[in-house]
Design a binder for this molecule. Structure first.
Ligand code: G3P
Length: 218
């Protein structure tokens, strides 16, 4: 995944970024001369079998070994699908604190990276104890909207950077990120990654938007 800013793209469950459309975006990125080692695609579990050289995370999974679990996605089988990591506790898929801790521990044991989402500083502080690889600060009210976290919450981002100083967790910021300016501001404020969904996948030309934003991923 390399050093420097990371660019997480959450495909969520949008029609534009699941099934054949997910594959179309992935192949589009692979065709362009975009530095894919800085990109992490966060896939819907239904698209688990999609093969790509781009780093894949799953949008959620549970701290379970392979076994008799119906309708669950065990962390214990993720490696079979080529996943490098798992996202946990997204605002659209909240889980209890105890389960976050168990999931991070199990994923880490299995050699998977973890990105845990947090809605505010208090939650970042609580999650910090679990030492995930990434903590994603996403104010829920800005998700899917036109105002970006980087323009609306610069002080919180700076405070989050302080909270994570001296830990092994990197700060990622997301919500409303739509332009290369948003990426640049996030980086300047001290974020080590950005997490984007609608700004990319709902745009008429996702590949062009990714290429533009990636110019600020340095
Ligand atoms: O996980 C990323 C996400 O919640 C941000 O969504 O649509 O505001 O980029 P969006």
């Amino acid at each position: 995944m390399g050093e420097g800013l990371l660019f997480f793209i959450n495909f969520k469950a949008y029609a534009e970024s699941t099934s054949a459309n997910a594959l179309k975006i992935l192949r589009g990125i692979e065709r362009e001369s975009i530095p894919t080692e800085r990109i992490v695609i966060v896939l819907n579990p239904l698209d688990s079998l999609m093969e790509t050289k781009i780093t894949k995370f799953i949008q959620s999974a549970e701290p379970l070994d392979p076994g008799p679990f119906t309708g669950h996605v065990p962390i214990g089988i993720l490696k079979e699908y080529g996943y490098s990591g798992v996202m946990l506790n997204h605002s659209e898929h909240r889980i209890e604190r105890e389960k976050i801790g168990m999931s991070v521990a199990m994923a880490t044991r299995m050699g998977l990276r973890t990105i845990v989402c947090a809605a505010d500083l208090k939650e970042i502080e609580g999650i910090r104890d679990f030492n995930p690889d990434f903590i994603a600060y996403e104010p829920p009210e800005l998700i899917g909207g036109d105002v970006s976290v980087s323009t609306a919450k610069p002080q919180i981002i700076e405070a989050a950077v302080e909270l994570l100083k001296g830990t092994s967790s990197k700060l990622v910021v997301g919500a409303g990120i739509k332009s290369r300016d948003d990426v640049r501001i996030s980086r300047t404020l001290g974020a080590q990654g950005v997490l984007v969904a609608s700004g990319v996948v709902k745009s008429p030309n996702p590949i062009r938007v990714i290429a533009e934003m990636m110019e600020e991923v340095v």
